[in-house]
Ligand binder design. Sequence first.
Ligand SMILES: *Cc1c(COP(=O)(O)O)cnc(C)c1O
Length: 507
Amino acid sequence: MNSFNKWFLSTASNGVENYHKFMTEAVKVVSTHYRDLEKPYQHIEIEEIQNKIEAYVTFEEKGKSPDAVLASLQDLVMKHSLHISHPGAMAHLHCPPLIPALAAEVIITALNQSMDSWDQSPIATYIEDGVTQEVIKEIDYPNTASGVFTSGGTQSNYMALLLARNEYCAKNFLINVSKQGLPIEAKKLRIFCSEKAHFTVQQSAAQLGLGMDSVVSIKTNENYEMCTDDLYEEIEKAKQQGYLPFAVVATIGTTDFGSIDPLDEISKLAEREGMWLHADAAYGGALLFSNTYRHLLSDLKKADSITMDFHKWFYQPVSCGAFFVKNSSMFEHIQLYADYLNPEEDQQLHLVDRSIQTTKRFDALKVWLTFQVVGKQEFGNMIDYTIKTAKQTAAFLQNQINIEVLNNPVMNAIVFRYQPKVIYKDNQKQQLLYENTINQSIQQLLYEQGNLIMAKTKYQEKVYLKLTMLNPLITFDEMVKRLNEVIIVGQKLEQEEEQLHECSSFS
Ligand SMILES: *Cc1c(COP(=O)(O)O)cnc(C)c1O
């Protein structure tokens, strides 16, 4: 028997045994840690991190005993990771993973299928296609629709604009961009999205050779939704200046506010102008399964393409996203045939034909296992519960005198800030700086304390705190306790500043 056997999931018994032992130990490390987890984060200074990296992150000539390595995992990794499943962690669109999805990860990694060509994933290829078809049914897309798993919203948004650009150039200039490159007119192409859209719209434009200046930012209304009047005017203005509007991106759940752009009106404008409509539902896509708010996505089917992130509000481990197109023939714009991988004459499905990735994970299994075990109804209940808790929390915050709340949550994101008294009456700039510093400090102090992990964002030059209450384990009562902590820290910082201010006024 070959001595490498124990390192692989081979038919040799010591391979299988070693796998079982390692996996059991890894599960033990995780479950032991979570059993006594008190807070989402145990603070560590950057200096100390560097010391740990120097001590632990080294490549050794000879391997250590697995037991020794598993023990150092506890000290190096578990202790200072951000524990996103803890209900005190609510900064970003970063979710606690569902247990069935974690179990699926075990199978995904062991099987290690690659989703590019059929011969590397004979059944997995069709499972991925089947899972995307189930989502397509929920969207109520026509049967021409198709989808593919992606690494996330960044890739999905990029793919949308890539297809939109190539389709526009094929239709209007008879140019095959994949083959011939961009036409001279490419400099005139224009994309429209709201000022609250995700930055990956600009990023995609930059990468697609259109430049970030090709993205026209559209104003939002008091609910942070795209103003369709402004969209109409900006499209007209662009056309008058000789530009070529070819795509509009509607955000279905903006990253900060969870606001939903009016898809129905936008789709009418897009259709009239012959523009591609992309719906970035990275965040909001989960509402498809809501028992109460599903109607908010009833116009999603009007989009030519859709981004959906399962590693956000679908509670899947990173990475797990998908991209959908209403008309599967649009994928032809990115199809290249390699003799070794996906020759054109093959009858089987090669998912590389729908993707800009080659080697690709079998992430669809997580989504399949989740819906098999949890079911659509229970999943929908989780979605609805988080919205209810967020609405209650926003109402609580609105009742606090020293808190300003920016949005009434449609989903589960709340943007707010601590509002201290005005002490720099004659100096607006200094007052703003003071208010921003207080809010930054609240976020950072609470992060370091480790009980409440919030994000911060900016709106009209002001620093705001942000709660993304994805976790269905968050309760309203606990939220009140955590937010009272925000207010106490805010008041303390405010008193300190006031004392400083008084002292300096005396002198
Ligand atoms: C998160 C997000 C993205 C980016 O998705 P990744 O999965 O992080 O690549 C794009 N659009 C919106 C609206 C998002 O919330």
